[in-house]
Ligand binder design. Structure first.
Ligand code: ALG
Ligand code: ZN
Ligand code: ZN
Length: 338
């Protein structure tokens, strides 16, 4: 009988047992079935099972900032459960992210489900505790409100960062019902607080009706340009990649992926779905191109499992996280401003 867990060393079999320099990898799916044992992200070790890490995958089960369907508080658990099928080698980028870096599951940041301002402080402190000089965060939300405290933490370390924001929505609106901190407003607050590089931030996948033309002029003033879904329909994925790279260069960049950037056919489990979105194939291709960028941290947000079908959105979220980790592994450690 085999007992759990069979956490593997990510180096060549038999050569690295007990070597602290070699990352501890996922549970070996050829020895312990994928559907057995606890659902850490990609079946990676927990924070307390390693002595150091390069990337902490951390959940933020918060959805008090939503304007429509609630439920993204259950996103971290759903993405973890859906990440059991991931495999260690990324053939497109020719990288083994869990061998190139020590990736750990740091659990969830506990935050208030009642008071948004308190939750934002909790998330910022939680991120500060995990983000080191040579470590990065990959955060699983949670609604998009959480990008604000995450950017505060990242900007404290790197200064204002470029943002590549994948989303159907601008999320640079001002207030809802007079509330400043919501999932429709994080990038406006971040821009006002000086957390983002206004010369180098970009939305990807924006579409759907707005409140009025001012939304777009405000958005540009706040430092964003947009590669919209109609742009991608016209110029393809290659056109999108070219524009993103031209805008970002080698600046430190934070990547935020709202899963509703995908068409609802690819990701139904989300709170504010908008028809006419990206396919998962298109999104994964753009994410792979980010290997050339200086990624300082990233998030995947807005997975709301109550509206999911057949784990489509969960698998999409898990794969997005995997490609972000692969891009980080492939691009090497984060660097400060050159
Ligand atoms: N961040 C997300 N997913 N949605 C923002 C939608 C804001 C609105 O209801 O206008
Ligand atoms: Zn959105
Ligand atoms: Zn969003």
């Amino acid at each position: 009988m085999t007992s759990l867990p069979h956490i593997s060393k990510a180096g060549p079999a038999g050569t690295t047992e007990g070597d602290p320099a070699v990352p501890t990898g996922p549970v070996d799916a050829s020895r312990v079935p994928r559907f057995a044992g606890p659902a850490t992200f990609a079946r990676l070790p927990r924070l307390d099972q390693v002595t150091r890490y390069d990337v902490a995958v951390v959940g933020v089960p918060f959805d008090t900032g939503v304007s429509y369907r609630p439920g993204a508080r259950f996103g971290p658990a759903h993405v973890r459960e859906s990440s059991r099928l991931l495999r260690p080698y990324n053939p497109v980028l020719d990288v083994e992210p869990f061998a190139a870096m020590q990736v750990v599951d740091a659990g969830d940041i506990a935050c208030s489900p009642f008071v948004i301002e308190e939750a934002i402080t909790d998330i910022e402190r939680g991120a500060d505790a995990l983000l080191g000089t040579d470590s990065r965060l990959l955060t699983i939300g949670g609604d998009h409100t959480i990008a604000l405290p995450l950017l505060r933490s990242v900007a404290r370390r790197y200064g204002p960062v470029a943002v590549v924001h994948f989303d159907a929505h601008l999320d640079t609106w001002d207030t809802y019902f007079g509330a400043a901190y919501t999932h429709g407003t994080p990038f406006r607050r971040a821009s006002e607080e000086g957390l983002i590089d206004r010369e180098a931030s970009v939305h990807v996948g924006v579409r759907g009706p707005l409140y009025g033309p001012d939304d777009l002029t405000d958005d540009r003033r706040l430092g964003f340009t947009a590669v919209t879904c109609p742009d991608i329909a016209a110029d393809g994925v290659a056109g999108a990649i070219e524009r993103i790279h031209a805008r970002i260069g080698d600046r430190p960049v934070y990547v935020s992926v709202d899963i509703d950037v995908l068409d609802p056919a690819h990701a139904p489990g989300t709170g504010t779905p908008e028809p006419g979105g990206l396919t998962s194939r298109e999104l994964l291709a753009v994410l792979r191109s980010l290997r050339d960028l200086n990624i300082v941290s990233a998030d995947v947000v807005e997975v709301a499992p109550a509206y999911d079908h057949a784990q489509l959105t969960g698998f999409a979220g898990a794969h997005v996280a995997y490609e972000l980790l692969s891009a980080m592994a492939s691009g090497g450690p984060a660097r400060g401003r050159g």
